[in-house]
Design a binder for this molecule. Structure first.
Ligand SMILES: O=CN(O)CCNC(=O)c1cccc(Cl)c1Cl
Ligand code: NI
Length: 183
């Protein structure tokens, strides 16, 4: 099982590389890895597992955070309307996005960042993502608000981008232009 020991931290080169596309169909090793990434997220959202294995909670995880520069991400969370987003994705790609931006008023955090970095992270309010899931289905996901933000945080990891790269250096709490707050 994946634990925090497997997660690389700031300074590890994998976090600043552009990850490589996975050749489809994925190998058994790649399928098992992506499945283990999804399991990490589920474990990290279970109080027992969290305390037993000293896990930090997460709603997404990208392979570069394990030092593996492949375009694979796992997402697992329930939004405020109770909609479950649970995906293991190969080669996710943002194919279109809104002009409007959005940001989490609570800011963002990252398992690969062992410190609190304050400030608003401006992102697209709505995105369309194509990807192949763990079962080999080609997906086209239209995402908005919190889901859109989480997917962008993960896809950023595949491009060597950290959430704080987006924060305004002069004033971290600058309200980004044309952006709406998401609580
Ligand atoms: O790359 C994934 N992680 O680092 C997992 C830990 N961070 C989170 O779960 C998290 C927390 C707040 C906002 C966003 Cl957007 C995310 Cl993604
Ligand atoms: Ni992260």
């Amino acid at each position: 099982m994946i634990t925090m020991e497997n997660i690389v931290r700031e300074g590890h080169p994998a976090l600043r590389e552009v990850a490589t596309e996975v050749t489809l169909p994925p190998s058994d090793e790649e399928i098992n890895l992506l499945s283990d990434m999804l399991t990490y997220l589920k474990n990290s959202q279970d109080d027992e597992m969290c305390s037993t294995y000293d896990l930090r909670p997460g709603v997404g995880l990208a392979a570069p955070q394990l030092g593996i520069t492949k375009r694979m991400v796992a997402i697992h969370f329930e939004d405020l309307n109770g909609k479950l987003y649970s995906y293991g994705l190969f080669n996710p790609k943002i194919v279109s996005h809104s002009v409007e931006k959005a940001y989490l008023s609570a800011g963002e955090g990252c398992l690969s960042v062992d410190r609190n970095v304050e400030g608003y992270v401006p992102r697209y309010a709505r995105i369309t993502v194509t990807a192949t899931d763990l079962e080999g289905n080609k997906l086209k996901l239209r995402l908005r608000d919190y889901a859109a933000i989480v997917f962008q945080h993960e896809i950023d990891h595949l491009n060597g981008v950290m959430f704080y790269d987006h924060i305004n250096k002069e004033n971290p709490y600058t309200i980004p232009d044309n952006a709406k707050a998401i609580n």
